[in-house]
Design a protein around this ligand. Sequence first.
Ligand code: MAN
Length: 180
Amino acid sequence: MSPTESAAITTARNQRDSARTSLTNSQNDLSSARSDLEKDYGVDDVFRALKDKCITKDSGEYTYELCFLGSTKQKPKKGGGDTTMGHFVSISSEYVDSDVDAEGKGLGVGERVVLRYENGQHCWNGPARSTLVVLGCSAEEEIWRVSESEKCVYRMEVGTAAVCQGSAGNGKKGREKDEL
Ligand code: MAN
Protein backbone atom coordinates (compact mmCIF):
# COMPACT_ATOMS: atom_id res chain seq x y z
CA MET A 1 0.00 0.00 0.00
CA SER A 2 1.51 3.36 -1.02
CA PRO A 3 1.27 6.33 1.40
CA THR A 4 -0.68 8.25 -1.23
CA GLU A 5 -3.33 5.57 -1.66
CA SER A 6 -6.79 7.05 -1.35
CA ALA A 7 -9.22 5.92 1.31
CA ALA A 8 -11.51 4.62 -1.44
CA ILE A 9 -8.83 2.27 -2.74
CA THR A 10 -8.03 1.00 0.76
CA THR A 11 -11.69 0.30 1.38
CA ALA A 12 -12.04 -1.48 -1.96
CA ARG A 13 -8.95 -3.59 -1.25
CA ASN A 14 -10.27 -4.61 2.17
CA GLN A 15 -13.63 -5.53 0.68
CA ARG A 16 -11.93 -7.65 -1.97
CA ASP A 17 -9.84 -9.45 0.67
CA SER A 18 -12.83 -10.23 2.84
CA ALA A 19 -14.80 -11.44 -0.21
CA ARG A 20 -11.90 -13.79 -1.04
CA THR A 21 -11.85 -15.14 2.51
CA SER A 22 -15.55 -15.73 2.46
CA LEU A 23 -15.29 -17.49 -0.93
CA THR A 24 -12.58 -19.80 0.43
CA ASN A 25 -14.74 -20.60 3.48
CA SER A 26 -17.73 -21.38 1.26
CA GLN A 27 -15.58 -23.60 -0.97
CA ASN A 28 -14.39 -25.52 2.10
CA ASP A 29 -17.97 -25.93 3.33
CA LEU A 30 -19.01 -27.19 -0.11
CA SER A 31 -16.23 -29.72 -0.23
CA SER A 32 -17.00 -31.10 3.24
CA ALA A 33 -20.72 -31.27 2.39
CA ARG A 34 -19.83 -33.19 -0.79
CA SER A 35 -17.63 -35.71 1.00
CA ASP A 36 -20.32 -36.16 3.67
CA LEU A 37 -22.86 -36.99 0.93
CA GLU A 38 -20.49 -39.63 -0.45
CA LYS A 39 -20.17 -41.36 2.93
CA ASP A 40 -22.17 -44.53 3.53
CA TYR A 41 -24.59 -43.94 6.42
CA GLY A 42 -26.44 -47.20 5.78
CA VAL A 43 -29.93 -47.91 4.45
CA ASP A 44 -32.03 -44.73 4.70
CA ASP A 45 -29.06 -43.02 6.42
CA VAL A 46 -29.93 -44.65 9.77
CA PHE A 47 -26.40 -44.16 11.12
CA ARG A 48 -26.28 -40.45 10.34
CA ALA A 49 -27.78 -39.65 13.77
CA LEU A 50 -24.97 -41.61 15.45
CA LYS A 51 -22.17 -39.79 13.66
CA ASP A 52 -19.65 -38.44 16.21
CA LYS A 53 -21.33 -40.34 19.07
CA CYS A 54 -18.84 -42.27 21.22
CA ILE A 55 -19.47 -44.95 23.88
CA THR A 56 -17.07 -46.85 26.15
CA LYS A 57 -16.75 -50.07 28.12
CA ASP A 58 -14.21 -51.27 30.67
CA SER A 59 -12.80 -54.70 29.96
CA GLY A 60 -9.62 -56.18 31.44
CA GLU A 61 -6.73 -53.73 31.39
CA TYR A 62 -8.47 -51.33 29.03
CA THR A 63 -11.37 -48.99 28.51
CA TYR A 64 -12.58 -49.59 24.96
CA GLU A 65 -14.07 -46.74 22.99
CA LEU A 66 -16.30 -46.91 19.94
CA CYS A 67 -17.07 -43.77 17.95
CA PHE A 68 -19.78 -44.61 15.43
CA LEU A 69 -18.47 -44.01 11.90
CA GLY A 70 -15.27 -42.67 13.51
CA SER A 71 -12.70 -44.95 15.13
CA THR A 72 -12.29 -47.61 17.83
CA LYS A 73 -9.72 -47.26 20.63
CA GLN A 74 -8.12 -49.12 23.48
CA LYS A 75 -7.26 -46.86 26.46
CA PRO A 76 -5.03 -48.41 29.12
CA LYS A 77 -6.58 -47.99 32.58
CA LYS A 78 -3.15 -47.67 34.18
CA GLY A 79 -2.23 -44.72 31.98
CA GLY A 80 -0.25 -44.47 28.76
CA GLY A 81 -1.29 -43.67 25.23
CA ASP A 82 -4.43 -44.81 23.42
CA THR A 83 -4.17 -47.46 20.73
CA THR A 84 -6.36 -46.99 17.66
CA MET A 85 -8.08 -50.25 16.70
CA GLY A 86 -9.33 -49.07 13.32
CA HIS A 87 -11.12 -46.32 11.40
CA PHE A 88 -14.62 -46.83 10.03
CA VAL A 89 -14.57 -48.02 6.41
CA SER A 90 -17.84 -49.77 5.52
CA ILE A 91 -21.13 -51.32 6.53
CA SER A 92 -21.77 -55.02 5.92
CA SER A 93 -23.62 -57.87 7.61
CA GLU A 94 -22.95 -61.16 9.34
CA TYR A 95 -25.07 -64.12 10.42
CA VAL A 96 -24.79 -64.53 14.20
CA ASP A 97 -26.01 -67.15 16.61
CA SER A 98 -25.53 -65.86 20.14
CA ASP A 99 -27.34 -65.38 23.41
CA VAL A 100 -29.59 -62.63 24.63
CA ASP A 101 -29.39 -62.25 28.42
CA ALA A 102 -32.28 -61.78 30.86
CA GLU A 103 -32.10 -58.00 30.37
CA GLY A 104 -32.50 -58.39 26.62
CA LYS A 105 -28.87 -57.58 25.94
CA GLY A 106 -27.18 -59.57 23.19
CA LEU A 107 -27.14 -60.15 19.44
CA GLY A 108 -29.52 -63.14 19.31
CA VAL A 109 -29.86 -65.18 16.14
CA GLY A 110 -29.99 -63.92 12.56
CA GLU A 111 -28.38 -61.56 10.07
CA ARG A 112 -26.95 -58.50 11.84
CA VAL A 113 -25.54 -55.19 10.61
CA VAL A 114 -21.76 -54.91 10.95
CA LEU A 115 -19.58 -51.79 10.95
CA ARG A 116 -16.03 -52.51 9.77
CA TYR A 117 -13.12 -50.52 11.17
CA GLU A 118 -9.70 -51.02 9.55
CA ASN A 119 -6.17 -49.59 9.32
CA GLY A 120 -5.68 -49.08 13.06
CA GLN A 121 -2.30 -48.90 14.74
CA HIS A 122 0.10 -51.55 13.50
CA CYS A 123 0.41 -54.61 15.68
CA TRP A 124 3.95 -55.66 16.56
CA ASN A 125 4.77 -58.58 14.25
CA GLY A 126 1.23 -58.58 12.99
CA PRO A 127 -1.41 -56.74 10.95
CA ALA A 128 -2.78 -53.21 11.36
CA ARG A 129 -5.42 -53.42 14.08
CA SER A 130 -9.02 -53.83 12.91
CA THR A 131 -12.42 -54.09 14.61
CA LEU A 132 -15.69 -55.71 13.58
CA VAL A 133 -18.59 -53.99 15.32
CA VAL A 134 -21.67 -56.23 15.27
CA LEU A 135 -24.93 -54.43 16.06
CA GLY A 136 -28.02 -55.63 17.90
CA CYS A 137 -31.21 -53.80 18.88
CA SER A 138 -31.16 -51.84 22.13
CA ALA A 139 -32.93 -48.73 23.41
CA GLU A 140 -29.61 -47.17 24.38
CA GLU A 141 -26.27 -47.26 22.59
CA GLU A 142 -23.99 -49.56 24.60
CA ILE A 143 -21.01 -51.87 24.16
CA TRP A 144 -22.03 -55.33 25.40
CA ARG A 145 -18.80 -57.28 24.83
CA VAL A 146 -15.30 -56.75 23.50
CA SER A 147 -13.03 -59.60 22.43
CA GLU A 148 -9.79 -60.04 20.52
CA SER A 149 -10.67 -62.91 18.18
CA GLU A 150 -7.08 -63.15 16.95
CA LYS A 151 -4.13 -60.97 17.79
CA CYS A 152 -5.05 -57.35 16.97
CA VAL A 153 -8.38 -58.34 15.36
CA TYR A 154 -11.13 -57.11 17.67
CA ARG A 155 -14.84 -57.72 17.85
CA MET A 156 -17.35 -55.51 19.62
CA GLU A 157 -20.95 -56.55 20.22
CA VAL A 158 -22.93 -53.36 20.49
CA GLY A 159 -26.55 -52.38 21.10
CA THR A 160 -28.13 -49.47 19.26
CA ALA A 161 -31.66 -48.31 18.45
CA ALA A 162 -30.54 -47.75 14.85
CA VAL A 163 -31.06 -51.46 14.08
CA CYS A 164 -34.30 -52.10 16.00
CA GLN A 165 -37.39 -53.48 14.26
CA GLY A 166 -39.13 -50.83 12.27
CA SER A 167 -35.93 -48.90 11.67
CA ALA A 168 -34.48 -49.41 8.21
CA GLY A 169 -31.10 -50.60 9.48
CA ASN A 170 -32.08 -54.11 10.54
CA GLY A 171 -32.81 -55.37 7.02
CA LYS A 172 -35.70 -57.43 8.37
CA LYS A 173 -38.72 -55.61 7.05
CA GLY A 174 -39.21 -57.77 3.96
CA ARG A 175 -38.91 -61.04 5.80
CA GLU A 176 -41.29 -59.99 8.51
CA LYS A 177 -43.92 -59.05 5.96
CA ASP A 178 -43.55 -62.49 4.35
CA GLU A 179 -44.31 -64.12 7.67
CA LEU A 180 -47.64 -62.30 8.12
C1 MAN B 1 -1.41 -54.41 22.99
C2 MAN B 1 -2.90 -54.50 22.82
C3 MAN B 1 -3.36 -55.94 22.66
C4 MAN B 1 -2.57 -56.59 21.55
C5 MAN B 1 -1.08 -56.43 21.76
C6 MAN B 1 -0.29 -56.94 20.57
O1 MAN B 1 -1.02 -54.97 24.19
O2 MAN B 1 -3.23 -53.75 21.70
O3 MAN B 1 -4.73 -56.00 22.39
O4 MAN B 1 -2.86 -57.97 21.46
O5 MAN B 1 -0.77 -55.05 21.92
O6 MAN B 1 1.09 -56.83 20.75
